[in-house]
Design a binder for this molecule. Structure first.
Ligand SMILES: N[C@@H](CCC(=O)N[C@@H](CS)C(=O)NCC(=O)O)C(=O)O
Ligand code: FES
Length: 106
């Protein structure tokens, strides 16, 4: 499998997937840490890939998504954004809406 196929299969298997530095319990960069904190507040389960453990994905994902930095949050295979976007969506309530669908605002 080449790197694009690996990325596609990860995205297919995980409807909410965060590519990050470190793990949710031990983020190894503040940008990944802030993003994890927002996701944890919303409280829906999410999968992650620690790009420090996978240099091929680290470089391949930048080309795949045309987005040069981490974290990168994907929902249903679609890139939602990095730290700035996710934190802003958390503050505005959009992240909750995105991850909870109709339950949002209930
Ligand atoms: N403004 C970015 C901040 C993220 C960022 O600058 N990430 C850098 C430093 S952690 C990065 O991933 N650089 C590429 C690399 O480390 O491969 C965001 O909103 O996500
Ligand atoms: S690892 Fe240095 S800013 Fe993220």
């Amino acid at each position: 499998m080449d790197v694009n196929q690996r990325i596609e299969s990860q995205l297919k298997e995980n409807p909410v997937l965060l590519y990050m530095k470190g793990t949710p319990d031990f983020p190894q960069c503040g940008f990944s840490g802030q993003t994890v904190a927002a996701l944890k507040e919303v409280g829906k389960p999410f999968a992650f890939v620690n790009i420090f453990e996978d240099p091929e994905i680290r470089e391949g994902l930048k080309a795949y998504s045309n987005w040069p930095t981490f974290p990168q949050l994907y929902v249903n295979g679609e890139l939602i954004g990095g730290c700035d976007i996710i934190v802003e969506m958390y503050r505005s309530g959009e992240l909750h809406t995105l991850l909870n669908g109709e339950e949002a605002g209930a």
